[in-house]
Design a protein around this ligand. Structure first.
Ligand code: GDP
Ligand code: MG
Length: 681
């Protein structure tokens, strides 16, 4: 079985790399009647003397023997020295100076380097668990053997099948042992090694009978015929070994173990093996190559190898998938920087174009969860800003009293004949001023959005930037300060837009003159009679007139129109007096209101149109156009390059780790391919 050791060890590397469950080699369970030679067979498989053997019932508790492959002592020493005695290697067993050793589960801390002591401990532990007088116990003894010469494999030595209770054994000893055996061999991952002595009839083999129960197809049952040397004179096991008596699918192997006499005289396993070969050559020359302990070991190796081979495709798939994943991760970290200047230029350019693309809506990573970039700016212009302007009431904040007061103030000491234009200008300007605040707010919102795009681009599109935190911060700083620089300029321009409107109230505006005329004509129809009366009254009592006011509905005489008491009341706007307006007052108010509304709408339309244009020109487009050159100008400086392109600790470390893992995976992949191609089958 030693041929398998290097294969398993190499596979072990693969498992460690990919973190897969180590291929579970089938555990080998020996089953047979008492003294059939089970312990002897196991021993010859392991190649060491350590199991209690002998006539009568010796194995009285199951022995679960776990073989652990370890590097040779010398190699372990080197490892230990290599990492300063730290225990960080899987195969490192610091402090153990033996090539091979054993440990028991029931006394974990004790290390057995003398195999005869191991045998003694098994005997003592057997007595502890099942008494001195031939009693049995289903409680297994767990033994681990560490050696460079073993496979990672579990072997189970079981008490033999007995029929008649002896000593302290219970009445149902046969049943108890059978149940114990069944629990071990019904595990589908166990290979059943049925041991049957050649000097008893195979047809009566209880071991085979039990094996059939759990493995009717015989996929995992192997028959070992022991004690070939003890057959009656004149008989041989040829028929049995050829499978003519009972066919066994996986094979029948004849062996000669050490006799009791050999044990007593401490014959070595090596000598026993030689003698076994000589015996087989002599008595079964035609079968000699297919019998014996060595052949049995090879057969088991082959079976284990088949098992491994069956597991390999899945392992290979796993390695391939992991390789792809790690390769992708490695790619995402980018290459280590070689040409700093080129890298910086490339990243800056990429950032600038990502930034512009996000504004233009041509970015590769289109967000679906929320509006961003250009779309959001559009939303700000047309929804946020547009709606705010629309919602402004042209006459908001202007009471009729305010209007009247303004009219009166505008006419000065003279009584007004017509609604004075000055009051209209005064009032409409007041309303136009109200457009400035939302316009400036619009600039602010767009500025905020442009700021947000920086974050969006640096964390989302330009993944490379995350590698270089310094460069990232610097880019953010440059763009932020560029934006900040443009903010007052844009604000000033927008402020001017409103100031321009305030500078000249263009009553000759084509949209206004039409409306004004309509308004005036409506007014004139309504007020014709009043005007007549007014004219008359003007001729008669000119001096008494003090602006505004009038009789009822125009037909009323002007008497009392200029009553000083009323006039004082009207003027006293600091303490607004609520009173019913006269018809003339109402009319005047209405005219002014109509005109204000009309003119305001014209200006609002123009502001609603020109503010977005201004913001685009002075802020958005400006930044878009200058971004790249600004970034290059500020960052592309020889002394800065190195510093800006220092990778974040994380990235550098992760890349190294991922690269190492990828290398290990590639190695693992090679190992699997090699094993699949070259070994045994
Ligand atoms: P177990 O009870 O099935 O574990 O059987 P053991 O391995 O303890 O062997 C029982 C006895 O049979 C021991 O004294 C062995 O020396 C002896 N024995 C086992 N196999 C052979 C064999 O092939 N030839 C001879 N001559 N004796 C054997
Ligand atoms: Mg035994």
């Amino acid at each position: 079985m030693e041929t398998l050791i290097p294969v398993i060890n190499r596979l072990q590397e693969v498992f460690l790399t990919v973190g897969a469950e180590i291929i579970q080699l089938p555990q080998i369970v020996v089953v047979g009647s008492q003294s059939s030679g089970k312990s002897s067979v196991l021993e010859s498989l392991v190649g060491r003397d350590f199991l209690p053997r002998g006539s009568g019932i010796v194995t009285r508790r199951p022995l679960v023997l776990q073989l652990v492959n370890v590097p040779p002592l010398e190699e372990r020493r080197k490892q230990e020295n290599g990492n300063g005695g730290k225990q960080n290697s899987q195969n490192c067993y610091p402090g153990i100076k033996a090539e091979e050793w054993g440990t028991f589960l029931h006394c974990k801390n004790k290390i057995f380097t003398d195999f005869s002591e191991i045998r003694q401990e098994i005997e003592e532990e057997t007595s502890r668990g099942s008494g001195d007088n031939k009693g049995i116990s289903p409680e297994p003894i767990h033994l681990k053997i560490y050696s460079p010469n073993v496979l990672n494999l579990t072997l189970v030595d079981l008490p033999g099948i007995t029929k008649v209770p002896v000593g302290d054994q219970p009445e149902d000893i046969e049943k108890q042992v059978q149940e114990m055996i069944l629990t071990f061999i019904s595990n589908p991952n166990s290979l059943i090694l049925c041991v049957s002595p050649a000097n008893s009839d195979l047809a009566t083999s209880d071991a085979l009978k039990l094996a059939r129960e759990v493995d009717p197809e015989g996929h995992r049952t192997l028959l070992v015929v022991s004690k070939l040397d003890l057959m009656d004179a004149g008989t041989d096991a040829l028929e049995v070994l050829l499978g003519r008596v009972i066919p066994v699918r996986l094979g029948i192997v004849g062996v000669v173990n050490r006799s009791q006499h050999d044990l007593n005289t401490q014959k070595s396993l090596a000598d026993a093996c030689k003698d076994e070969q000589a015996f087989l050559q002599r008595h079964y020359p035609s079968l000699a190559s297919r019998c014996g302990s060595r052949y049995l070991a090879r057969t088991l190796s082959r079976l284990l190898m088949h098992h491994i081979r069956d597991c390999l495709p899945e392992l290979k798939t796993r390695v391939t998938v992991l390789m792809a994943q790690y390769q992708a991760r490695l790619n995402s970290y980018g290459q280590p920087v070689e040409d700093h200047a080129a890298t910086l230029l490339q990243i800056v350019t990429k950032f600038a174009s990502d930034y512009c693309n996000t504004i233009e809506g041509t970015a590769r990573h289109i967000q679906t969860s929320e509006l961003c970039g250009g779309a959001r700016i559009c939303y700000i212009f047309h929804e946020t800003f547009g709606r705010t302007l629309q919602s402004i009431d042209p006459l908001g904040g202007l009471s009729e009293l305010d209007i009247l007061t303004a009219i009166r103030n505008a006419t000065g000491p003279r009584p007004a004949l017509f609604v004075p234009e000055v009051s209209f200008e005064l009032l409409v300007k007041k309303q136009i001023k109200r457009l400035e605040e939302p316009s400036l707010r619009c600039v602010e919102l767009v500025h905020e959005e442009l700021q947000r795009i920086i974050q969006h681009c640096s964390s989302y599109s330009t993944q490379e930037l995350l590698r270089f935190p310094k460069l990232h911060d610097s880019i953010v700083e440059v763009v932020t300060s560029l934006l900040r620089k443009r903010l007052p300029i844009t604000n000033e321009m927008v402020h001017n837009l409103v100031a321009i409107e305030l500078a000249y109230i263009n009553t000759k505006h084509p949209d206004f003159t039409d409306a004004a005329q309509v308004s005036a004509s409506v007014n004139s129809q309504q007020t014709e009679s009043l005007q007549d009366g007014g004219r008359r009254w003007k001729n008669e009592k000119m001096t008494e007139e003090r602006g505004g006011g009038g009789g009822e509905k125009g037909t009323a005489p002007p008497a009392g129109f200029g009553s000083p008491a009323k006039a004082v009341n009207l003027l006293d706007t600091a303490v607004p007096v609520s009173r019913k307006l006269s018809a003339r007052e109402q009319r005047d108010c209405e005219v002014i209101q109509r005109l204000i509304k009309c003119y305001f709408l014209i200006v609002r339309k123009s502001i609603q149109d020109s503010v977005p244009k201004t913001v685009m020109h002075f802020l958005v487009n400006y930044v878009k156009e200058r971004l790249q050159s600004e970034l290059v100008g500020q960052l592309y400086k020889q002394p800065l390059l190195q510093e800006l392109l220092i990778e974040s600790q994380d990235t550098a470390q992760q890349r190294t780790e991922v690269a190492q893992m990828l290398e290990a995976l590639q190695k693992a992949n090679n190992i699997i391919s090699e094993i699949r191609e070259t070994h045994l089958w």
